[in-house]
Design a protein around this ligand. Sequence first.
Ligand code: SAM
Length: 264
Amino acid sequence: MTDAGFSEEDVARYWNENAEAWSREVREGHDIARELLNNPAFLEFAGDLRGKQVLDAGCGEGHNTRILARRGAHLTGVDISERMIGLALAEERRAPLGIQYVRTSYTDLGVFPPGRFDAVISFMALMDGPRFDLAMRESFRVLRPGGLLVFSITHPCFITKGGRWLRNEDGVKVKWMISEYFNPAGWVERWRFTDAPPEAPEFAVPRFDRTLSEYVNGLIDAGFVLRQIEEPRPSEEYCRAHPSQRGWRDHAALFLYFRAEKPT
Ligand SMILES: C[S@@+](CC[C@H](N)C(=O)[O-])C[C@H]1O[C@@H](n2cnc3c(N)ncnc32)[C@H](O)[C@@H]1O
């Protein structure tokens, strides 16, 4: 599968390289945007999944998959990176939660029969791979009628390859500037978690910029009924504790959440 100049093999290669550091940093809690903003807001948005058969699409090393399993859902995680899946499986062996992990793409879920899941959830992974249309088609297929699709992504209207902060003379972020919203070319973003120690390596992540309409129409074209979207806003308290994050309260939304249903 190719899109925006990167194939799925390319994506797997990048994430294999990121896997060790990603896993270490996530497990040490250095991804504070996840810990303090994104996970609390998204897990509430996703609702109660206890007792449900849930597919985590793009599960990485399984940090959030384990959170859902500990809350009582029956989890299967898929990821395109064999190293990510290896790390997830090692943790499952060390502290079993009954999670099944499969190395495959969320654009090809042929290992699962139609209607196998009550819910497909994806944490911050669908903007990191090609062919959103196929990801939606496959999610639709593996869900039972009435099943739930819920996913988080970086906000496509603000997180573009041309986005950057404009700062005043004191270095304070005064504006988030957007450009190249319509440019579909793939690019590699290099970044660290906000609280990562200075010696932590940067992640190199292939990005697949899409417009908001591509996400919404991809979902509708697959047959889903869109139920809700959300743009979580950092609290004043969070921004006081982590001033570098204030721009995401004052100027632009960093994340976008979708909730949709497969009609009965
Ligand atoms: C930003 S990480 C998020 C991982 C995990 N959901 C989390 O919250 O920690 C994105 C993940 O998407 C995976 N990914 C990218 N394209 C994929 C695809 N086509 N199929 C399955 N996983 C994919 C990457 O390997 C990576 O593990």
